[in-house]
Design a protein around this ligand. Sequence first.
Ligand code: S3P
Length: 432
Amino acid sequence: MEYLVQPGGSLRGRIRVPGDKSISHRSVILGALAEGVTEVSGLLEGADVLATIAAFRAMGVQIEGPENGRLRIHGVGLHGLQAPSEPLDCGNSGTAMRLLAGVMAGQRFASTLMGDESLQRRPMGRVIDPLRSMGAKIDAQGGKAPLHVDGAPLHGIDYTLPMASAQVKSAILLAGLYADGKTCVSEPAPTRDHSERMLRGFGYAVEQESLRACLHGGGRLSGQSIDVPADISSATFFLLGASIAPDSDLLLENVGINPTRTGVIEILTRMGARIDLTQLREVGGEPVADIRVRSGKLRGIAIPPRLVPLAIDEFPAIFIAAACAEGQTRVSGAEELRVKESDRIAVMARGLCSLGIAIEETVDGAVIHGGELQGGTVDSHGDHRIAMSFAMAALRAQSAIEIRDCANVATSFPNFPELSRQAGLHLQEFDK
Ligand code: S3P
């Protein structure tokens, strides 16, 4: 699948982007492990979340839907999963694989977690090591997928994460549900806390100080209703597009604004973007707002490293914003970008360079010199967020941008082409 995006245009109107991917995964996992029924609305029906749903179905959990973002999960309780007869396919999803690794470690049966080419390149040692120190039996060649997990009795640990990773934190906490005693995770910087919030929502006690979360094994989860807010990471493409395109004025409805996710708003605002939050409210333990964004004149900044984990999935879009800004933007402390769905520093640098933007890569970031975007062809390397970011870049390009390898947009934002056209982007899809 490729995109061809004609230059120019503006983004206007009112749209609702799909449900939050992180919260959607967690609602399926906790719903399956809970006692009783969990009803989910606003679920992201993207390929990543569908992989998590399929994994629990393969372990005997009855799940109705998804239909119009609704899902009904008949939870089997923490000890009610059945051994799957085949490997569990996590597709492109690091979240599915890492969180499931935590769950599978505590079962009484063996399982295999596999994934696509991109997922097989991503580091899994970061979950394998702490899980092994809890007693888990996991085999993985070179610390990469597939993971062969043999269920084993687990014991609690007190673990300090070597990197800021919500997936690793969540994997350990999920394994902690099965562990003897207390499991604690400390993180070097705040990362998304949806697992901690949702565990509490399911009636499970989680002690939380600023950078440390603890729970005791042996409790139980009770089925809940979950209303998933729109994904701020998907909203980001529109925050970018409306900021860089003249005459734009767009309202994004019902977006999750959990403070562990709003780094992009702070970064774009510091760059001069005009972003206003309205209708602030709380839905199911998560803060939500409508976000209005209008065209702005962006300027380059040095992005404070403390904001990096709070905007970790938004850097492809931030790189495009930087390319459209006056002056230079410096990204540092962002080495985690190299182990996402692609090496996002390298792939963004290559793409921007082919559109005529000067960019220097560093080990942990880049220096991007704002300039004039030319048209041209960009390879997304199968990375959904890179494909969508370059699609928005066309709003400010001199001629059309062709983007290769866009099929994975369906992992997180299946209706991106329609919704972006509805807002004013001149995007066509075609198979080559
Ligand atoms: C996620 C955590 C982040 C993020 C990913 C989703 C999650 O990954 O990049 O898209 O749902 O916990 P890391 O834990 O690798 O930082």
